[in-house]
Design a protein around this ligand. Structure first.
Ligand SMILES: [Zn+2]
Length: 425
């Protein structure tokens, strides 16, 4: 059967199993892949054997549903219902790789939910008027080569082939060699504007990496934006000396100004409704009986908008300068990285909220996130949106990451509604 513009329709043959069962079975099949027996965390790193197992799982799911399977020039996997050459395709999906000892949900929830949502729509007898794609983006977490979202960055032209070819893992294996070993052609990688031009909307479902939905009592929410975020290095330089013989009054101890700065960061973040973290520190000479000569601390800060983030960082810098001066310590602050705010497409976001609130009349929570995603990368090229599924503890990038199966199924149904609303008009 063919839809009005030549795309495939669904609802043929046997009625597929209920959405909960379909989700459960896929989840169960994927769960053991790459799970470390001791930590119970996932180690699904790009272009490894485990990554290959996950990719084989994806290909199997595509085949089981009669979808057209392809791998693009950057190693991202696609499964198509209907012909993407017709254009204006609706695509959903996420990633299957993980951070070291990551959780089961970050990434896989979006891919499994994509297939389950298609099953649900087939059960409803939905007729598609736009091509539907399911995607697994390669190397989203950047656990192996140190750069996140490599698959989507390459496709969107935000990472060049030359830059990608220079990426090297901890064992000295370069990205091209790793891709080659996994059976892919590293010389083919690069921007893929023709592919993106065929996509009218990308919707990524993801486990929430925070507790906003738990606090509001909602199972599913819509993303507004990815917060602007950056990293700043604070170097406090004082004078090394003997911890036993140097009078307190004679010291130039950078640890004191650093410690006060950590507290200032907390204070400034609270004032701005932002987050600020000193999570990494280096001390010289790093001796238990030596006053430090240098304390180097890295500030990670993120906020809902640029002004708030600027206010936090300016406040922390000002406080650090005052504390340093009070202790006779020199201070230098360097911004090491910065990513501006990513606003998801407003029209698509509003459309999602409308579709999801249609039957219930309830307002769907719209929330920002401090974490990066493939959807954020693609938002520079095509209209993108995200759905979040409740995470009761907010823990992520850890084996403790969790979402209740009922909430996952609610996410699948929400995604199915969205896909039906977008692609079956
Ligand atoms: Zn993710």
């Amino acid at each position: 059967m063919t839809g009005p513009n030549g795309t495939g329709s669904v609802g043929e043959g046997d009625r597929p199993q209920p959405v909960g069962a379909s989700f459960h079975q896929m989840w169960r099949d994927l769960l053991p892949l790459g799970r470390h027996p001791a930590s119970h965390g996932y180690r699904r790193f790009a272009w490894t054997g485990v990554d290959g197992d996950c990719r084989a799982w994806f290909e199997g799911q595509a085949a089981a549903r009669g979808l057209r399977y392809e791998v693009d020039r950057n190693g991202n996997q696609w499964a198509w219902l209907g012909d993407p050459a017709h254009g204006d395709a609706v695509v959903t999906g996420s990633h299957l790789d993980s951070v070291p000892d990551g959780g089961a949900f970050d990434g896989p929830l979006g891919v499994v939910s994509a297939f389950a949502a298609l099953d649900e729509l087939r059960g409803r007898g939905a007729r598609f008027t736009r091509p539907l794609g399911i995607v697994n983006f390669g190397d989203e977490e950047g656990a192996r080569f140190g750069l996140a979202c490599v698959g989507s960055r390459l496709t969107a032209g935000q990472l060049t082939r030359e830059q990608a070819h220079r990426l090297t893992d901890g064992e000295g294996v370069t990205l091209p060699r790793a891709m080659e070993a996994a059976g892919y052609d590293p010389d083919a990688i690069g921007p893929d504007p023709e592919r993106l031009a065929r996509i009218g909307a990308f919707v990524e479902l993801h486990v929430e990496q925070g507790r906003a939905l738990d606090l509001s009592g909602d199972r599913v929410g819509v993303a507004s934006a990815i917060w602007p975020h950056g990293r700043w290095r604070f170097d406090f330089r004082g004078e090394a000396n003997h911890a036993g013989t140097t009078r307190l009054a004679d010291r130039r101890d950078p640890m004191l100004s650093y410690a006060e700065t950590v507290l200032a960061a907390r204070r400034e973040a609270e004032l701005a409704g932002a987050v600020a973290t000193f999570g990494k520190i280096a001390v010289e000479p790093n001796g238990v009986n030596a006053i430090p000569s240098l304390v180097r601390g890295w500030l990670d800060s993120r906020a809902a908008d640029q002004d708030s983030l600027d206010a936090v960082v300016a406040g922390v810098e000002k406080a650090a300068g005052e504390y340093a001066a009070a202790h006779g310590v020199d201070l230098a602050v360097v911004r090491e990285s910065f990513t501006p705010v990513v606003e998801f497409d407003h029209a698509l976001r509003d459309e999602l909220a409308r579709i999801l609130g249609k039957d219930t009349g309830l307002t769907v929570p719209v929330l920002g996130t401090g974490a990066g995603h493939d959807a954020g990368i693609l938002s520079g090229s095509i209209p993108t949106a995200m759905l979040f599924v409740r995470n009761p503890t907010g823990v992520s990038h850890s084996p403790a990451e969790f979402a209740a199966e009922d909430d996952c199924v609610a996410g699948v149904l929400a995604l199915a509604d969205v896909l039906e609303g977008l692609a079956c008009r």
